[in-house]
Ligand binder design. Structure first.
Ligand code: URA
Ligand code: SF4
Length: 215
């Protein structure tokens, strides 16, 4: 099975999953979006109101800010895979509970295995907790660490920076370091860059100014 097929099969399973109580109130599950060969995978917390309506990650206010942050990192959504630690919305956007995180982790693990990203960026303390325990996000944000076969960078959640404006310059600076960290991760892992075929920009025809006649 190709990575694309694995991801779409997982999305099908997630859409009918009843492994935890979050399925009871979900409208749409949010498996995650992005290419199967993404070099960077972002892991957020869980769907909010708009994500539950639309079935896609980070489509609300945090998503708008995430787009700005991705621009800082010189990537677009088409380059990266964006997922969450739980695929169904916790009621009232409460924190996902330990049993819900545990039940949903098999999907996230299977996604990570299929995508095999060089870098995982965790957004917020809950997804940081999947990889690091006993650390404070304020102490370790932006610092890349090797975890198994890849690198993990904990970052603040975009929503946290929207609510606490003092965090905004920090999260912007952390995202701005991503291109350099990605290069370092590729080198350390001995992996080449994933080169996407870019559509050629067709230049608009330039209207040549008419030769001025001298007389
Ligand atoms: N916040 C998250 O953590 N994930 C989303 O998908 C949207 C908002
Ligand atoms: Fe299943 Fe995850 Fe949704 Fe719980 S949150 S019902 S484990 S897909």
């Amino acid at each position: 099975m190709t990575a694309e097929e694995t991801l779409s099969r997982l999305a099908d399973e997630i859409s009918v999953c009843t492994k935890c109580a979050l399925h009871e109130s979900r409208k749409k599950s949010v498996p995650g979006d992005g290419p199967a060969d993404a070099e960077i995978m972002f892991i957020g917390e869980g769907p909010g109101f708009h994500e539950n309506e639309q079935g896609h990650p980070f489509v609300g206010a945090s998503g708008k800010f995430l787009d700005q942050l991705l621009a800082q990192a010189e990537v677009t959504r088409a380059d990266v895979f964006i997922a969450n630690v739980v695929k169904c919305r916790p009621p009232g956007n409460r924190d996902p509970q330990p049993d819900e995180l545990e039940a949903c982790d098999q999907y996230l693990e299977a996604q990570i295995e299929a995508i095999n990203p060089s870098i995982i960026v965790t957004l917020g303390r809950i997804s940081m907790g999947k990889f690091f325990s006993g650390v404070k996000i304020s102490a370790v944000h932006g610092q890349m660490q090797k975890v198994g076969e890849r690198f993990v960078i904990p970052m603040f959640h975009p929503a946290a920076a929207l609510h606490q404006s003092a965090l905004k310059p920090t999260i912007l600076a952390d995202f701005a370091k991503l291109p350099e960290l990605l290069q370092a991760a590729r080198t350390a892992l001995g992996r080449p860059a994933v080169v996407k075929e870019r559509k050629k920009v067709v230049e608009a025809p330039v209207n040549k100014p008419k030769q001025l006649s001298l007389f």
